[in-house]
Design a protein around this ligand. Structure first.
Ligand code: CP3
Length: 353
């Protein structure tokens, strides 16, 4: 059953920009817009663990909508985490304060692949879909709802490394020491992701983003060999099942991947702040929407300097096929007032242009 898929959102600027249609202003949202920099998020999270919160659909809806109550954003992203997929595949994942995600029992040898489950997505991740339904209801058409998942390589990297890492050496070692096992693992993750994202759309997601946060750990050849083919499968499967839903991909740090990604079937490519917008545009061509890419550190500056940086960014993108965002997520000690300056500056300056 598709929920509310017939009722177009009142503010569909994000969806129009993703499709390259004319917009009255540049749409804007922020990665990690729901999170610890918001006191109302910290308050709701009190007394529950991170993944308990993810499994509570009422809390998910409330947290997802919190940033929209403060800022005139053009989209809401559902509150969840990319690591719920490894959990559904049978791995334990903890969120440890001050350390981030920890897998107590990561994949060490190829035999460990036998521990992984081919999950029934509805059964194991139904709580995410219920969270999406309630968020969509709570939004009541104000702005589109974004669903998301981690990319196969990024999830594999966590499942082998057991947590964050400076260089993901253990995960990269698999690519060369046991490439056939790496292929099997990546294909198994991809299969789950296709079903997972498909169900997100059926639960109300109107735009999907795939986060390849550790794409930058791979060289150009390894990215083409191990990451890109699976990203292509995701885009073609979702595109076939839901041709109206824009697909975005964020391959952080993977400068070399832009051309390949622009031919992988995505409508939107999200870039980090280390890429120049005008050069990125030249490299992906005119038919892709680019999303990004203000350095999140700019939000530590004064309101005046934030507005200036937004102006430079908008000029770099040239006003066409652009969705404004940060080049990575909001940070826990960001001032919400400065996020407001960012959002309002994007709207004001793009309307003037
Ligand atoms: O507002 C949103 O963007 C939606 C929610 C969201 C979260 N995680 C909530 C979260 C999204 C889209 C993610 C994606 C995610 N999770 C990524 C890809 C994007 C990126 O940042 O590159 C990755 C790599 C993860 C894995 C993950 N989850 C890490 C590394 C951490 C710890 C880092 C930290 O900030 O502590 C998390 C925890 C996490 N996910 C938090 C939030 C709000 C903070 C934990 C908390 O509030 O207790």
């Amino acid at each position: 059953m598709r929920l509310q898929s017939d009722s177009a959102p009142v503010n569909d600027t994000l969806l129009r920009a993703a499709r390259g249609r004319v917009v009255s202003h540049t749409p804007v949202w922020m990665m990690r817009q729901a999170g610890r920099y918001l006191p109302e998020y910290r308050k709701l999270r009190e007394g529950t663990t991170f993944f308990e919160t993810c499994r509570n659909p009422d809390l998910v809806a409330e947290i997802s909508i919190q940033p929209l109550e403060r800022f005139p954003l053009d989209a809401v992203i559902v509150f969840s985490d990319i690591l719920v997929v490894p959990q559904a595949m049978g791995m334990e994942v903890l969120m440890v304060k001050g350390r981030g995600p920890v897998f107590p029992d990561p994949l060490r040898t190829t035999e460990d692949l036998g521990r992984l489950l081919a999950p029934d997505v509805e059964e194991t991740l139904g709580y995410v879909f219920e969270g999406l339904r309630r968020t969509r209801t709570g939004l009541n058409g104000r702005v589109p709802l974004i669903g998301f998942a981690g990319a196969p390589w990024t999830l594999m990297a966590y499942m082998i490394e057991g947590g964050g890492s400076k260089s993901f050496d253990k995960a990269r070692a698999w690519l060369y020491a046991q490439p056939a096992a790496a292929d099997r693992l990546l294909a198994a993750i991809t299969e789950v992701l296709v079903e997972y994202l498909d169900h997100q759309v059926r639960a109300g997601a109107q735009f999907l983003q795939v986060f390849d946060s550790w794409a930058g750990m791979l060289g150009p050849r390894a990215f083409e060999r191990f990451a890109l083919p699976h990203l292509r499968v995701i885009a073609s499967e979702l595109g076939r099942r839901h041709p109206d839903i824009p697909l975005a991909v964020f391959a952080r740090g993977a400068h070399h991947a832009l051309e390949g990604l622009s031919k992988a079937g995505y409508d939107v490519i999200s870039i980090d702040w280390t890429l120049d917008p005008a050069l990125a545009r030249q490299r992906v061509g005119p038919d892709i929407t680019i999303q990004g890419n203000l350095d999140p550190a700019v939000l530590y500056g004064s309101p005046k300097s934030i507005r200036e940086a937004v102006g430079v960014m908008l000029q770099g993108f040239g006003g066409e096929r652009h969705i404004a965002n940060l080049g990575h997520g909001m940070l826990p000690d960001h001032d919400p007032e400065h996020a407001a300056v960012f959002v309002e500056a994007v709207h004001e300056l793009s309307r003037q242009a």
